[in-house]
Design a protein around this ligand. Structure first.
Ligand code: GLN
Length: 189
């Protein structure tokens, strides 16, 4: 199975390592030509959504990726990646792919509390170490979106059709069960 990792900016290497450990073939998406090959899934890593959004446009990758996601390409998006997928952002004028029908709040925990650790429950997975880094959370979801995890009544993980969106960074703690879950959803299709 071949998984493409968006490698323009941010925490993409950790995802690649985890996916390789699970036996997946990994390719990096750095330029438009990288999108010409076939791949079975996509990882949108954390980082800075404004920078990633801008680079996607400048490199002419945005429209192609948006179309692939709309057509059902399985996506695992973390943190800034979640912001890129969100249909609405409650505290920012920008919008990106808009394929995930949720409203996301950027830098939602404020500057001081921006980064923290929480051991939370994820539906279908169980207790999971969640590392939040200047994290967004999901303020509301539309019909059809499954909430996979909440932390102190804030939604931090969702699934909608082909898309999984997380506020936190599952790639930094060494627990590979979310990546494993993602790969399993692809196998089922
Ligand atoms: N604060 C970042 C943003 O708004 C997201 C942080 C992250 O990906 N860890 O894009």
């Amino acid at each position: 199975m071949k998984i493409a990792v968006l490698a323009l900016q941010g925490a993409f290497l950790e995802h690649e390592k985890m996916l390789r450990n699970l036996g997946a073939e990994v390719v990096e998406l750095r330029k438009k030509e990288d999108l010409e090959q076939d791949f079975d899934g996509l990882v949108l890593p954390g980082g800075e959504s404004t920078v990633q959004g801008k680079l996607l446009e400048e490199l002419a990758m945005f429209d192609i990726l948006q179309q692939k996601i709309r057509q059902g390409l399985p996506v695992l998006a973390t943190c800034a990646g979640l912001i890129l997928l969100a249909e609405e952002l409650s505290n920012d004028d920008k919008r990106y792919f808009r394929t995930l029908p949720v409203t996301v709040r950027r830098n939602a925990y404020g500057r001081q509390l921006g980064s923290f650790f929480y051991q939370g429950e994820i539906a279908g997975i169980g207790s999971f170490p969640m590392e939040f880094i200047r994290a967004p959370y999901i303020e509301s979801v539309k019909d059809g979106v499954s909430v996979l995890a909440e932390v102190e009544e804030r939604i931090v993980a969702v699934q909608y059709k082909n898309q999984i969106g997380l506020s936190f960074h599952p790639e930094v703690t060494g627990d590979c069960r979310i990546h494993e879950y993602f790969l399993k959803t692809i196998k089922k299709e």
